[in-house]
Structure formats: C-alpha cells, structure tokens
Design a protein around this ligand. Structure first.
Ligand code: ZN
Length: 290
C-alpha cells in the first residue's frame, strides 16, 4: 500500500495541492487558482492523478465554514460563505470518489492548530490554540490531543468584543456581525479605517495599539475559556513588526495577573512557517489513515 498522502490547502484565492508522507516530507506541490468548484476541484484531482494517483489518505485543510458532522449528508461541504459560487460546494466528496481512500477534512485553522501542536510551537503541551489574523480571523484548538469540535467547528474570529476607547466610531468590517473580532482586527478592517495595512502605518500610529488591544481582549477571552498552554498568533497582520510584543503587553494588562499562563510565554508565533497549510492537511490525513 502506498504511504503517500495527498494534501490540499483549500484557500479562498488559491488551492495549494501537494504530495507528502508520514515523515513530513512534501515531495511535490502546485498552485491552482480558486475560481469555481467545478473548475478548481477537478484541476486538483487531475494534478494528483498525474503524480501517480495512489494515496493512503487525502488531507484537506479548507476555508469555511464547513459541515463537519459525519452524520450529515452535507459532511465535507462548504456551508454559507460570502465567496461567490462556493456556498454548498462539496469539497471532500470528489476526492473520496477519485482516490477511494480515507479523506480527512477540517478548517485550515484546525489543521494549523493540529500541525503546530504535533510539530511546532505547541509541541509538548496539553493544549494549543492557533489564531490566524489576516484577511479574516479564525482559530482552532487542540486540547488533550484532540481538536475541538462542536456541532461543526469553532468560529473564534467572530466573538463579540469590547471596544478600544479611541476606536468607537468604526462600525466594523464583518458582513455578518459588524464589530466582532474579525470585523475589528482583520486586514480589511485596518485598510477601512486607516487606508493602509498595519505594517505600512508609522510605528507611532495609534492603529498599532488599537489592533494589539483588540487582539489582547480576544486572548483574554480564550484564556478564560480554555486556558491554553500556547496561543499561537499567525497570519499576515501578525507579520507587522512589534505587534506580537504589543499584544503580549496588552494581554498582561487585560488579564490582570489572574490566569495561570504568563502572556509572554503563552502568546507566541507559529513555528512551521509558510508550509503550515499543507502540514495541517498532512496532520489531519495521518489521523484519518490511522
Ligand atoms: Zn463576524
């Protein structure tokens, strides 16, 4: 039996498709634009077939929201998305039919949380939360070696937020909730307020403190609910120089010394770099393959 794993990082603008194995080697990869499901998914399958087509498992780390209820007829489908053409799209089914092997699918952030817990910044801990802050905000968490699921999957980017006193005039950018965490801290909300990305604003611009403060409130919420040993902050916005330290300082203030974890140790950067999407798919698939 093949020990090769088919890997799909399904994003809103591109699919990264790869072939890996249990030793965490990624042997080949390609990029396919995310256009329509009936174009993008067959293109991914064709490429995987061209690599040999014999796989022990398929791992899919996907944008969402997803139906992850195994008892649902819509398991492995995108549910309600603002991305045109993709609401109700079946992501997992076409790969299962094409390759006849176990298919694991979860959110991209759940995949990243699992990979960072297995091999990265959360290694050796009993609990790791991964939050990406980029064009959107999303989070996943591993507790006791298991990814947290409920009816489907967490939507940590959509928690309700207190407001920074100097940011009350902004309505927020989430099309569902306005000023949820994503609506206040994702990249598009930064552009909407100040006309530039955070990394392009001067170092003394108040935007840095407003975003750090909002992320620190979110960190405090996650500490209060889950008390994770690691809270890993990734995504494009977190690439802003100095932001991680600002969040640590603001989170220390917000927590007021109440939580077990010291924010300077608990809050950290990802360790797996730009491969975290494919490695997330791999971590998911290795569990499905047993
Ligand atoms: Zn929202």
């Amino acid at each position: 039996m093949s020990d090769r794993i088919a890997l799909i990082e399904a994003g809103g603008t591109k699919f990264i498709v790869g072939v890996g194995d249990a030793s965490r080697q990624i042997h080949a990869r390609t990029r396919i634009d995310t256009t329509r499901p009936e174009e993008t998914i067959p293109a991914a399958i064709d490429w995987l077939r061209a690599q040999g087509g014999d796989y022990a498992a398929v791992g899919i780390a996907s944008f969402g929201p997803l139906d992850l209820d195994r008892a649902s007829p819509k398991w492995g489908h995108i549910t309600r998305t603002t991305k045109p053409h993709w609401s109700d799209a079946d992501i997992a089914g076409p790969f299962a039919r094409a390759f006849g092997c176990p298919v694991a699918i979860d959110t991209d952030v759940n995949g990243a949380a699992l990979a960072e817990w297995e091999w990265g910044a959360g290694q050796g801990t009993n609990s790791t939360l991964y939050l990406t802050v980029g064009t959107g905000v999303g989070g996943g968490a591993v507790v006791g070696g298991r990814l947290i699921h409920g009816l489907s999957h967490p939507e940590m980017g959509h928690i309700r937020m207190p407001r920074h006193p100097d940011d009350r005039g902004f309505a927020g950018h989430c099309s569902f909730h306005g000023d949820c965490l994503e609506g206040l801290a994702a990249g598009p909300s930064i552009i909407a307020r100040w006309g530039a990305s955070l990394s392009d604003l001067p170092a003394d611009h108040i935007g840095h403190d407003i975003i750090a403060w909002h992320l620190a409130q979110a960190v405090q919420t996650f500490q209060a609910i889950l008390d994770p040993a690691r809270i890993i902050l990734g995504g494009g916005v977190m690439g802003t120089p100095g932001l991680l330290d600002r969040v640590r300082i603001r989170a220390s203030e917000a927590g007021a010394g109440y939580f077990a974890g010291d924010p300077s140790r608990v809050i950290t950067s990802p360790a797996l770099g730009s491969d975290v999407g494919l490695l997330g798919a791999l971590a998911l698939a290795l569990r499905a393959a047993g």
